[in-house]
Write a protein that binds this ligand. Structure first.
Ligand code: AHR
Length: 770
């Protein structure tokens, strides 16, 4: 510590009369990044029902994840169930017919018993036995056989145990018919839980990682998965119950296949196992708007049935065994209710007339029939902008109890917004920060999230609920980063953000406490330090002509598809104006103009022709992490050989940058970036009923700081500090586990305590009342 290191002093005050929400920290489980099948689902067979199709993903089909030998045909006539009609026919004659499943990345199985289940139909009497083998390369690890003696031409469900002598990775499951003809479907292989003797539903190491977060609630199933890509792709909870082969499979929004093996009953069971209340998100009767046809609403004549479904979900969760859906739950083996208290309606929907109408109908029905349920409305994908404003206005008009805000932003944004909720209206709807993350999975982001969470906790009289997103991500199968928990078949890799979530959840209090803080650091990052102009066109070849920067002309340039940059001198003073004509030579999108420092430092990006060549966006990037600050704005896309004129003006106004962009003479963007400081040292405190005080301290600076805490007690005080810290804010890349142990320190003092707050750290300091 240098003598110049600023000291931090915290005088702990009394509770300020604001109760901290008991449900504040929860989790959001969405089927993204193979979170369910291939993840939480304990079944190691991929595509066990042969329902994969090119609609899920180009190149996929019924035999994806399988290899076939001998006579194997795919068919759908006379299926085991019409919901999952595709199955295979094996015909063994002179040579055996077999199919082998390779799981997700090869199968990983622990030593011990496993249950193989499948549906089989003998087509002729010659089909007398099915050989089951677990192999690794040429090596056979386990073998058994199933006697086929059921009457021919009837589907039968068969089971057998496979005993594995040792753990195995990269294994495959082979099913072989030596003679005769048989149809096969609904194949699964799950480890048997030694405690219960039953096959597992969930992967225990992933459940343990979730349990360690002590979530108050579990949001499910989406996200985008809830409202679906089109009306036919909407998630309907009733079709996820019952035997697996009767469940409706879905093309997953994120480009794969959902078997629904983890359906609503399994979800409720998981909540029960985690001690969390369920928080289903049902579609607001409108599908996702990000489709070529835009949002579509369930036709009005089908709405009564849809509304009934929503009401029935509450009954399924909470109704007594004497109610219709409570009886269904009881018949499925769970007579006790699941304690549903929250229900979300809609996810990031555009606030269209259809949305308003359908939401209103569902909301009114829920209020009339289930006033005990707290309904959560939606306010778009961003924590600002049109959907956000419209969503909030509509929620106030509708008197919705809680509004779901989302914020996937840069660490800079989180540090700039730690006071966001301080000024929220306490008389209107409360807030659920339902999806948030500071890009990326690095320490820098985790500390920014912690700073944001201190702001949420300080305001948890209005911010009642919060959940990071996405939760789970299978390494090598991700559609979205950052994520909270990465995993492979053999490892669970918690990110730095995971530790932040865990530390907050374990360190809850009932009352928000007052504080006096001196020595906290903040930094204004409104303006880039360096001011260059750079031209890029990743993925496209583009000719830049008639280039003028502040009236100085430059020779024509061509940028290549490899993302190479052409730097121009510019933006020397308080304003800079770039005028250019750009013509795409090759490619399918447009180009980018960067203003500010080089990659890795603060700069603005004007992206022209992003998202399928349909939009323009103004973004800002700090420390190599960028985000939109204006747009996406609809754009007539770039066409090869057709020149477009672009003018960009950047001006320093009241300490921050105003950016205007004209495309073909029309103003497409006019945005004033926010100039408020990033709060880099952020402190919050809560108290428990027993008087224990819990302090949370973020130090997102490169300096270790001496910390002195003045406690409300005069006598001896002891406490502990749990510290997440790393030498470099860029440590902790996506797909990796946070590499450093979490430190624990004991603190002792009299009336006051001292410790050193490490650079780049988040500390939770627990001080039991003496
Ligand atoms: O968490 C990933 C996605 O982000 C969610 O599905 C969606 O709601 C949001 O856009």
């Amino acid at each position: 510590m240098t003598p110049h290191t600023p000291a931090l002093h915290i005088a702990l005050g009394e509770p300020i009369g604001r109760r901290a929400s008991p449900d504040l920290w929860g989790i959001f489980l969405e089927d993204i990044n193979d979170a369910l099948d291939g993840g939480l689902n304990a079944d190691v067979v991929q595509n066990g029902q042969f329902e994969y199709s090119p609609e899920d993903r180009p190149g996929w089909g019924p035999l994806t994840a399988w290899t076939a030998q001998g006579s194997v045909t795919v068919r759908s006539a006379d299926p085991v169930h019409t919901a999952t009609a595709t199955h295979v026919r094996l015909h063994g004659d002179r040579t055996a017919a077999s199919i082998t499943n390779h799981g997700y990345d090869g199968m990983t199985l622990g030593a011990g018993p496993h249950l193989l289940e499948l549906a089989l139909r003998r087509v002729d009497e010659a089909a007398a036995s099915l050989t089951v083998r677990l192999t690794r390369g040429d090596r056979e690890i386990a073998r058994t056989s199933l006697a086929l003696d059921a009457p021919a031409r009837e589907w039968t469900f068969l089971q057998t145990r496979l005993e594995l002598p040792a753990d195995v990775e990269d294994a495959a499951l082979a099913l072989e018919l030596a003679r005769g003809t048989a149809d096969l479907d609904v194949v699964s292989l799950r480890p048997i839980d030694p405690g219960t003797g039953r096959p597992r539903t969930f992967r225990p190491d992933l459940v343990a990682a979730l349990a360690e977060l002590k979530p108050s609630f579990v949001r499910f199933p989406g996200g985008c998965v809830a409202h679906g890509l089109g009306l036919e792709n909407m998630y309907h909870w009733k079709t996820t119950l019952g035997p697996r082969h009767e469940r409706r499979h879905l093309r997953n929004t994120w480009g794969y296949h959902q078997s629904m093996s983890i359906g609503y009953l399994e979800y409720f069971l998981l909540c029960e196992q985690l001690g969390a209340t369920p928080m289903p998100i049902v579609p607001a009767g409108v599908c996702c708007q990000n489709l070529p046809g835009g949002p579509r609403a369930i036709p009005q004549d089908e709405m009564p049935e849809y509304i009934r479904d929503v009401l029935d979900l509450v009954e399924f969760a909470n109704g007594g065994a004497e109610t219709g859906w409570g009886a269904v739950r009881t018949a499925l083996g769970h007579p006790e209710p699941f304690g549903l208290r929250y229900l979300g309606v809609g996810n990031e929907d555009q606030i269209t007339a259809d949305f308003r109408d359908r939401f209103h109908q569902i909301h009114a029905a829920l209020r009339a029939e289930h006033p005990e349920i707290t309904v959560i409305g939606t306010a778009g994908p961003n924590p600002f902008g049109i959907d956000f404003e419209d969503g909030w206005t509509f929620a106030r008009e509708e008197d919705v109890a809680i509004v779901d805000e989302h914020g996937y932003r840069t660490p800079h944004w989180f540090h700039q917004n730690t006071r966001r909720f301080d000024t929220y209206d306490r008389s209107g709807p409360a807030v659920y920060v339902g999806e948030y993350a500071a890009r990326t999975s690095r320490l820098r982001s985790a500390l920014a999230e912690a700073a944001g969470m201190i702001g949420m906790e300080r305001n948890s009289d209005v911010v009642r609920l919060a959940s990071y997103a996405p939760l789970l991500a299978r390494v090598g199968h991700t559609q979205w980063t950052p994520d909270l928990i990465y995993f492979t078949d053999t490892e669970v890799r918690p990110s730095a953000s995971y530790h932040v979530q865990r530390m907050f959840s374990h360190a809850r209090g009932e009352h928000v406490c007052g504080l006096e803080v001196t020595g906290a650091a903040a930094r204004v990052r409104g303006v880039p330090d360096a001011r260059s102009v750079r031209l890029r066109s990743p993925g496209n070849r583009v000719r830049w002509s008639e280039i003028a920067v502040d009236g100085i002309t430059h020779p024509d340039q061509v940028t290549a598809a490899d993302g190479e940059e052409i730097a121009l001198p510019g933006w020397g003073a308080d304003a800079c104006e770039i005028s250019v004509q750009l013509t795409r030579i090759e490619g399918a999108q447009g180009a980018e103009i960067h203003l500010g420092g080089p990659a890795g430092t603060t700069h603005y990006t004007v992206q022209l022709g992003g998202w399928q060549n349909r939009t323009s966006v103004v973004g800002r990037s700090d420390d190599g992490i960028g985000d939109e600050i204006d747009g996406p704005t609809p754009l007539r896309g770039f066409a090869t050989g057709v020149p477009r004129h672009v003018r960009v003006r950047a001006e320093l106004v009241a300490g921050s940058v105003r950016l205007r962009v004209w495309i073909d003479g029309e103003l497409a963007h006019d945005v004033q970036d926010r100039g408020d400081p990033d709060e880099l040292v952020v402190v919050g405190a809560v108290a428990r009923e027993d008087g224990t005080r819990i302090l949370k301290v973020v130090n997102a600076t490169a300096q270790q700081r001496p910390l002195e805490i003045t406690t409300p007690w005069d006598g001896p005080v002891t406490g502990t500090a749990e510290i997440l810290a790393g030498p470099d804010p860029d440590e902790g890349a996506p797909f990796e586990a946070w590499p450093h142990p979490i430190g624990v320190e004991s603190l002792h003092g009299r009336g006051r305590l001292e410790m050193a707050v490490p650079a780049w750290s988040f500390s939770v300091i627990t001080l039991p009342a003496p």
